[in-house]
Design a protein around this ligand. Structure first.
Ligand code: PRP
Length: 177
């Protein structure tokens, strides 16, 4: 069982401050570019995307996408498959893929390649969390909230077996407990 009330890694106030900083930076970078399509990656990004999108000061629309990783035994094979697509065409649009966390990089790499091949005007990546030292594929994350070590984290959209997604802060758990 997880022990979600211990081990707060990033407090709610820190998250909210950093989300505001990211929104300010993104708003400045896309000012005058005719709008931004935010593509949230389900499920984990839904809370981050909700907060980030509301703090932007530029024209924006929200889309969602969902992917699944192929598993081989308990380890991820790195192969990613699309299970739900965006609703509107992103051709000619500026796109920002919004993730809760980048770990091996396979998911973000797959999505950025796919969206680029559809003729987006630009495709950038934003992740609240990026694990250091875990990349299996090279992918540049343009906007990163926090770098973290190789820990299992829950809260603010992140789950363990679908639990703890709606915690307001980010906590470290020991799944084997
Ligand atoms: C998590 C996270 C990313 C992906 C990152 O999703 O939300 O989409 O893993 O891992 P990677 O960099 O190794 O590809 P998860 O599969 O846990 O699904 P969820 O968002 O529905 O919880």
């Amino acid at each position: 069982m997880s022990k979600p009330d211990s081990n707060v890694l990033i407090a709610e106030s820190e998250i909210q401050q950093r989300v505001g900083e990211l929104a300010t930076q993104i708003s400045a970078d896309y000012a005058g570019k005719g709008g931004l399509v935010l593509v949230g990656v389900l499920k984990g990004a839904f809370i981050f995307l909700a907060d980030l999108s509301r703090r932007l000061t530029i024209p924006r629309v929200v889309e969602f996408i969902a992917v699944s990783s192929y598993e081989s035994g308990s380890a991820s094979s790195g192969a990613v498959r699309l299970v739900m697509d965006v609703r509107e065409s992103i051709e000619g649009k500026h796109v920002l893929v919004v993730e809760d966390i980048v770990d091996t990089g396979h998911t973000m790499h797959y999505l950025m390649e796919m969206l680029n091949t559809r003729g987006a005007a630009s495709v950038r990546a934003c992740a609240l969390l990026q694990k250091t030292g875990c990349a299996q594929v090279e992918v540049n994350i343009d906007y990163v909230g926090f770098q973290i070590g190789d820990k299992w984290v829950v809260g603010y959209g992140l789950d363990y077996a679908e639990q703890d997604r709606t915690l307001p802060d980010i906590r470290v758990i020991q799944p084997e407990d």
